[in-house]
Design a protein. Structure first.
Ligand SMILES: *Cc1c(COP(=O)(O)O)cnc(C)c1O
Length: 375
């Protein structure tokens, strides 16, 4: 099979060093080899998260990491201010409600970031809120929230509240500083910027969040942070981990260290700007407010009269370029071009060229059709 130009925001392409690592034979997950492997992975993750907080590795997709933050920090009936700027923010709300949390939702229109002032106002209006959730990078709309300002607003308005962050499509690709900014919990997922297949979730947990988890009373078992912490002291996980993915993670983190965090962040910033310009040159209207455009995924509306599914299928079958479509209410309305993890400008040039060719085709067909008059 010809190799595809996979431009979806997870899974992302794998460098050959990672693929080789994934092919290794198994080791005993209760032996010294695994303890050493886990130690290196935890160290590397702390480096990329820029934190000294506890770092737990769960065998689960990103959503499992999100479930873990709900069940470890909340008790039945607790109020959670959940800020959603899209599909993945809504997912956290759904998880929290499934567990009986009293969610106070704050939803913003697609393409817009959250407003720190509005968050401070919501906290002032409801003294019972002791936990706040926000998405760092909303992958469904390509919007990066102003996380530092949001964290400051929470800290100033309700210093005792825990701040929980979905950083699944940002951590490792976009700067953030858990201690300095005041974030208690941050979740990431292996198939986004880490150059590793899906299956591992990474969670950084502050000392206050650990204290909360010792008291929290929602039902939990597999995702119990306390159990994960106890096992981690022995270089283990409480349940059998996805050992093969740990090998891949080790290789991916080594590549990230070789590149260096600052260069890595800068590459994502530059390539995002490049992609936005490329899409605007194709006369596409961007979804994200330009002040808050994501460094890892760029989104644009599909022009009226063009079928999004057919366009994506033409790109895939004729050009081996795989873009993502819209999710939830944006299904059929937008396309998403990912630029995170292992990629370079050539991958984007190829995707933009394929898009130009296919858009020109449908636009030419449209303007030559006699039925262009609008009803
Ligand atoms: C991908 C993603 C998720 C969901 O992760 P899964 O690994 O698909 O469970 C949640 N939040 C954000 C921001 C994401 O990008």
């Amino acid at each position: 099979m010809a190799s595809q130009n996979l431009r979806t925001p997870g899974p992302t392409p794998l460098p050959s060093a990672v693929r080789d690592a994934l092919a290794r034979d198994m080791i005993n997950h209760r032996g010294p080899e695994f303890a050493e492997l886990m130690h290196e992975c935890v160290d590397g993750l702390k480096w990329a998260f820029q934190t000294q907080h506890d770092l737990l590795i769960l065998t689960a997709s990103g959503s499992g990491g999100l479930e873990s933050i709900v069940v470890n920090t909340l008790s039945p009936g607790d109020k959670l201010l959940a800020i959603s700027i899209g599909y993945f923010g809504d997912r956290l709300i759904a998880i929290a409600r499934a567990f009986g949390v009293d969610v106070v939702p704050m939803r913003l229109d697609d393409g817009h970031a959250a407003d720190p002032q509005q968050i401070a106002d919501a906290l002032r209006a409801d003294p019972a809120i002791q936990t706040v959730f926000v998405t760092h990078n909303e992958t469904s709309t390509g919007v990066l929230n102003p996380l530092e300002a949001i964290a400051r607003a929470v800290k100033e308005t309700r210093p005792e509240a825990l701040l929980l962050v979905d950083g699944i499509s940002s951590v490792g690709s976009v700067p953030l500083q858990p201690e300095e900014w005041g974030m208690d919990v941050v979740v990431a997922g292996s198939q986004k910027g880490w150059m590793v297949p899906p299956g591992l979730a990474f969670v950084s947990v502050s000392p206050r969040a650990l204290e909360r988890s010792a008291q929290a009373r929602l039902p939990r078992s597999y995702f119990d942070w306390q159990a994960h912490r106890r096992s981690a002291e022995r270089g283990q996980t409480p349940w059998t981990p996805a050992v093969g993915l740990f090998f891949g993670l080790q290789a991916g983190l080594r590549l990230m260290r070789d590149e260096g965090l600052e260069r890595l962040f800068e590459r994502h910033r530059q390539m995002a700007a490049y992609t936005r310009n490329g899409l605007v040159e194709l006369d596409l209207r961007l979804v994200a407010d330009s002040d808050h455009a994501s460094p890892t995924v760029t989104t644009a509306y599909v022009p009226e009269g063009i079928n999004a599914k057919e366009l994506l299928e033409a790109l895939r079958s004729r050009h081996d370029v795989v873009l993502a479509g819209g999710q939830g209410r944006l299904d059929g309305k937008i396309i998403r071009v990912a630029h995170l993890g292992w990629f370079d400008q050539d991958d984007l040039d190829e995707a933009l060229l394929a898009l130009r060719i296919e858009l020109n085709k449908v636009r030419a067909a449209d303007s030559s059709s006699p039925a262009t008059a609008r009803a």
